[in-house]
Design a protein around this ligand. Sequence first.
Ligand code: NDP
Ligand code: 2IT
Length: 453
Amino acid sequence: MTEYAGELMAEVKAKNPAEPEFHQAVQEVVDSLTLVLERHREFRDHKILERIIEPERVIMFRVPWRDDVGEFHVNRGFRIQMNSAIGPYKGGLRFHPSVNLGILKFLAFEQVFKNALTTLPMGGGKGGSDFDPKGKSDLEVMRFCQAFMSELFRHIGPDTDVPAGDIGVGAREIGYMFGMYKRLRNEFTGVMTGKGLTWGGSVIRPEATGYGAVYFAEEMLKTRKEELRGKTALVSGSGNVAQYTVEKLISLGAKAVTLSDSSGYIYDEEGITREKLAFIMELKNVERGRISEYAEKYQGAVFTPIDLGLKYNPLWDHRAECAFPSATQNEINGADATNLLRNGVYVVSEGANMPSTSEAVNQFLEAGILFGPGKAANAGGVATSGLEMAQNSMRISWTREEVDNRLFNIMKTIHEVCYRTAEKYGTPGNYVNGANIAGFLKVANAMMDQGLV
Ligand code: NDP
Ligand code: 2IT
């Protein structure tokens, strides 16, 4: 079996060179599947894993646009249609200068398993561009989004592929892209999620990923008869996921003491209150400012600028019980994991996708802490996107209470399935194995049913 895994990984690396994040994501799943592939010979015979690793379709395109002073720019657009065994491709769009094929393939790969865990009928996909929205005017962002959609619209549709937001893509960008799609197709459909509330969006979708990551942490704690109330949490990022993680932590009686952006992080020992969070939301979502301004406004808080010379991130070097990495991939390395464990952190719920390196994950698993991997812990966002799709199909909208209850129950179910699956395959408490195995089995069985396609 290890020979099979070794050969498979060697082929993945040879066929997809210079895609380290993709290799990392695949390696983790392959490691989790050892026992499954031993027990189910048919998956190996039918090359199910080999098929899951190969995207069904990759679309790459040119995105030319013009800025406010009349200069021309060319960015690269992508959509990875990874797997449609259990539903239309579903997953976010990321606009960030670091975006490349390998990063989007890792995200699309993770999305396949995550979406399977949500219990809803969604396949996996991801897309985006190396466009940097930072420092651009609203009109520039609009022109870029329109140019991006003027190609993407050919490849998506409410029953084919339903994009949503991710890093750098929020309500503003979804609006501009949806508007362009509607114009090009002359169709008002639920082709994207994360829409505005007056034009097909679902309540709770903006909150869903952060809320879900906190619900997942609470479920993990329940297995030890504990709760979040009274605990201190380190949160990274200050965008969509981080903001609603902090909001839910506050409402459950926990204290968030950090937030960050790509310039550095703030530490507020007294905790981020509702009032301070409102300031952050205005700062980040409306003024599009920097997190350092928090420390200028609130005297008790300290801002530490990013120091690329450091081999660890000081954000993860504060006393706390919980950590919610909610910025980006590989933001917790081995040294950070050591610091977290030394500082008393024993609950890690990943709001971001693959925020922990494999060294960090191994340390968490060896220490036996409550570690919720992204594909389980942050599935609340895409799950609520699934609920938005359901409401669009029925042409109705549910209340906040209805959607939040469904989100909560989905997160509870995901937790339970991961927990039970880990136990069944001989690694109790290992949510990484639980999530990978449960997600894989659902997709693999659907692929077996549908034949060699
Ligand atoms: P946002 O764009 O709203 O916020 C991203 C935050 O992370 C910003 O504070 C940003 O800082 C910081 N950040 C991003 N990239 C980097 C980087 N390379 N280095 C340092 N800081 C960085 O994105 P989201 O909150 O939506 O997404 C955050 C994470 O959650 C991502 O991993 C995403 O894939 C994941 N996720 C998101 C879901 C959603 O529904 N939105 C669902 C599931 C997972 P700055 O502004 O300075 O760049
Ligand atoms: O990573 C993710 O799950 C997302 N960015 C959300 C995807 C979605 O379709 O809502």
